[in-house]
Design a protein around this ligand. Structure first.
Ligand code: ADP
Length: 201
């Protein structure tokens, strides 16, 4: 199978919608690099880097990390890639981030191909996040320190205020399509790939 040179997919959706899981599968099947800003930031916290120490209180509080930090992180990730074949999961989360990403992609000659929006009702989202925290604890793993009900609600509020405007941003460019995020992992995955335009799959 031949792959077109560039492919850029942006997963939108509230915290707990399953973006990370679905993005990982799509990345593997379509030979794309998954860029999960939440994972990158948590890794910095774990390693205790300077950046990690700076952002830990923000992650724990469910607040967003400042745009310039995220934009620099993404710029670094994309620099040095020959072919821009990526899935963004957790970025962009604000309008300034989306605008900065557009500038970066324009410089690289790699336009956005598809923006699936995973939709899941609010209460199901909270239940999933709290359950994810509980399961990690039951398996003797350290739960993500932001996987508790209070922080989950805060993350939802931040999503509504800062990230939901991106739905209009990408809808206006014709890249957005809505995916029902309730169902089995396979069902949701089929909806995501089924919604991609042929030239972008
Ligand atoms: P979830 O989708 O479960 O809310 P993520 O793993 O995507 O979580 O992100 C976890 C935390 O990392 C966010 O609550 C925020 O503090 C920080 N973060 C991740 N991506 C961004 C971003 N693009 N801009 C600002 N903060 C971010």
């Amino acid at each position: 199978m031949t792959h077109s040179k560039h492919k850029v997919v942006i997963f939108l959706g509230p915290p707990g919608a399953g973006k990370g899981t679905q993005a990982a599968r799509l990345a593997e099947e379509q030979h794309l690099t998954q860029i999960s800003t939440g994972d990158i930031l948590r890794d910095h916290v774990r390693r205790g880097t300077e950046l990690g120490q700076q952002v830990k209180p923000m992650l724990d509080a469910g607040q967003l990390v400042p745009d310039p930090i995220l934009i620099a992180l993404i710029r670094d990730r994309l620099a040095g890639m020959d072919n821009i074949r990526v899935i963004f999961d957790g970025f962009p989360r604000t309008t300034p981030q989306a605008q900065a990403l557009d500038v970066l992609l324009e410089e690289l000659g790699a336009p956005v191909n598809a923006v699936p929006l995973l939709e899941v009702p609010d209460q199901i989202l909270i239940d999933r996040i709290v359950e994810r925290g509980r399961q990690a604890a039951a398996q003797g793993q350290t739960a993500r320190s932001d996987d508790n009900e209070e922080t989950a609600r805060k993350r939802q509020q931040v999503y509504r205020e800062q990230t939901q405007p991106l739905i209009d941003y990408y809808a206006g460019r014709g890249h957005l399509y809505t995916v029902d995020g309730v169902g089995s992992m396979d069902e949701v995955y089929a909806r995501i790939t089924g919604g991609m335009k042929p030239q972008s799959s």
